[in-house]
Design a protein around this ligand. Structure first.
Ligand SMILES: C[S@@+](CC[C@H](N)C(=O)[O-])C[C@H]1O[C@@H](n2cnc3c(N)ncnc32)[C@H](O)[C@@H]1O
Length: 275
């Protein structure tokens, strides 16, 4: 299906604006996309390996993130190992578990006996209601309950996710599930864990409040040179505002980088540029 080849944010745009559906990226995006590769992707393997393709194929039924985003995530895991960056993997906004599973599969192929933990936060009952700060497109998306891209308000139960992990052979003691709203579960997780490190923080909670609470609580745990992936930076207004607010109010100089097709953004937590 054509939809499957579209970046997630374009799919959401099409869904919210079904009257004027167009699959072409805005000119500004196609122009910028042709410029030189982002710094982080230069650090990483550039071609798709068969292994990467296999991982994407395995998790495809369990993720709405386009292949480009999953491929980037797999490369991020490889890069974390290459650079020996300490810490766990965290995803906030799991849905059916596809991206989380991709991290684990990528890790297994590199380090079969790794002790890194995978922390998975979700309500496991779908998205909270859109707020005005999330913007009119987000409101339109949440109202369009009959749309094929509504996915029952992005709902997958904890049992569904655990079954998917089990089918992929990934359900083990290193995978930790946190059921409930981020506003409760994330601050609770952080309590007493100031020494815990995060190597990859994947934020995929769509809305302003969901993104903000995760940044406020989890950013401080991210290791130096750790990677923060913000899946919805281009998709939804509130997510972008939360990122800008957090970086601005904490005086953080991090550049917001884009994966090559602009379907998501990421930050490398680095206090100072090397060059
Ligand atoms: C777009 S889906 C995640 C997609 C997923 N990462 C994938 O690989 O396809 C968004 C998820 O965020 C969760 N979510 C958003 N805001 C939340 C919040 N404040 N608390 C708990 N879960 C939240 C929803 O339940 C939903 O599962």
């Amino acid at each position: 299906m054509l939809r499957d080849y579209l970046p997630k944010f374009l799919r959401k745009v099409l869904q919210a604006d079904s009257g004027s559906a167009s699959v072409e990226a805005p000119a500004i995006l196609t122009t910028v996309e042709q410029t030189e590769a982002e710094p982080f992707t230069q650090l990483m393997p550039t071609t798709e390996s068969t292994e990467t393709e296999q991982i994407i194929q395995k998790i495809r039924p369990y993720s709405m993130v386009p292949d480009s985003g999953v491929e980037f995530l797999i490369k991020a895991v490889q890069s974390i190992y290459e650079q020996q960056i300490e810490g766990d993997f965290v995803e906030c906004g799991v849905w059916r578990g596809g991206c989380a599973a991709a991290m684990k599969l990528a890790e297994r192929s590199l380090q079969p006996h790794s002790q890194r933990l995978l922390h998975l936060f979700d309500s496991y009952e779908g998205l909270p209601p859109v707020q005005p700060i999330d913007g009119p497109m987000a409101a339109g998306w949440q109202q369009a309950v009959d749309s094929p891209w509504y996915f029952d308000n992005c709902t997958a139960s904890l049992e569904d996710v655990q079954r998917n992990f089990s089918q992929l052979g990934l359900l083990d003691s290193e995978v930790h599930f946190y059921k409930g709203w981020f506003e409760t579960t994330v601050p609770e997780f952080v309590k007493g864990k100031s020494e815990r490190k995060i190597a990859i923080l994947r934020l995929d909670g769509d809305w302003y409040e969901s993104t903000k609470v995760c940044l406020e609580n989890l950013y401080p745990l991210v290791s130096e040179k750790g990677i923060i992936i913000i899946d919805d930076y281009y998709a939804w207004d509130g997510c972008a505002v939360a990122v800008h607010e957090y970086l601005g109010s904490n005086g953080l100089n991090h550049r917001i980088r884009s994966i090559p097709d602009f379907s998501s953004a990421y930050i490398i937590k680095q206090a100072h540029r090397d060059a």
